[in-house]
Design a protein around this ligand. Sequence first.
Ligand code: NAD
Ligand code: IPM
Ligand code: MN
Length: 362
Amino acid sequence: MYRIAILQGDGIGKEVTKGAVNILQAIGDRFGHTFHFSYGLIGGEAIDREGTPLPEQTLHMCKQSDAVLLGAVGGPKWDNNPPHLRPEKGLLQIRKEMNLFANIRPVTFYASLAASSPLKPHVIEGADFVIVRELTGGLYFGKPSERRVEKGEEVVVDTLFYKRAEIERIITFAFMLAQKRKKKVTSVDKANVLESSRMWREVAEQVAKRFPDVQLEHMLVDNAAMQLVRSPKQFDVIVTENMFGDILSDEASMLTGSLGMLPSASLSVDGPALYEPIHGSAPDIAGKNKANPLATILSAAMMLRLSFGLTEEADVIERAVKQVLNAGYRTADIAQHGDFVLSTTEMVEKVKYAILDDVAIE
Ligand code: NAD
Ligand code: IPM
Ligand code: MN
């Protein structure tokens, strides 16, 4: 039995996690696995019902589980709350508390979605890389992070803080991943300005010595943002600081056609991992059954592969997603003019049928 904690969160988080649970159930039925789902509050809804974005009970449940699947948190209702009562704080806390330092965001090109991307097909065809985002340090967690009054003037400070060991473990992780892929690491930083980036570069050079078969290159983050859309095929594994990784991964998602396509895994050293789409709660389409559930479904596939070692089952989900896209099924975000547009629940059903079909063919 696999115990999966489900944190639906806010907005479309609820809709997309429902879809992914549905798919996991189909996989469980088909392959004879028992997935036990337990539900916890996080984010805005947790603030409303429990007075905190990450109730103790939720954290406890996640730590006791074999893996966590999260939707998204946040929304306009809580945007003016004080920092400790913001939905996003709950997400940052759970990442920190569970020591989820390595966030893996694979960027996969789908041939059938070439026309959905704003980039030209010849630019994106065959692009296949992974962004490894440091997730428990950097600008998101530095102290102080506060407003204060200095000499009668209001000032504000956020701090970019890293311990050398934190940089070393994420870069080592990236090299280990590259060793299993195309053997190239692009370390992205802002070493021309930031001291933290200069140390990042130094550590990358040191780690690289232990991986002679992997090529290391350094790239400044502004250039990296440009290179991602100019020639994304040059990348294999990109490793970078928390906030740089956040921004670059939303940008990179458009290679696939939509933010709604990109899954992620957040891994710790030894505890359970957390899986979530990279997108947010999308308040503009929340509750309308319009959201693309594929990023969350693909996150569930990553869970099967990375946390449970269920490779074949993960392959089946990924193949089903490809088949559905090849067959021309589209949610609104990836639809082209004239395409028939499916709702979230319809898309989930299509993936489910494809899973059953796939098994039938075998
Ligand atoms: P967002 O990712 O929620 O949405 C950006 C745009 O992409 C919107 O137009 C949205 O409709 C679209 N989009 C996102 N996911 C989609 C999907 N699955 N299918 C179709 N379209 C999709 O980012 P935002 O609007 O900047 O932020 C909204 C809220 O979400 C904020 O409160 C933010 O803090 C939160 N957020 C949470 C997470 C998370 O929980 N991991 C991630 C990002 C943003
Ligand atoms: C993400 C989100 C979060 C982040 C926010 C909601 C805190 O944008 O998971 O990419 O910046 O990490
Ligand atoms: Mn983000």
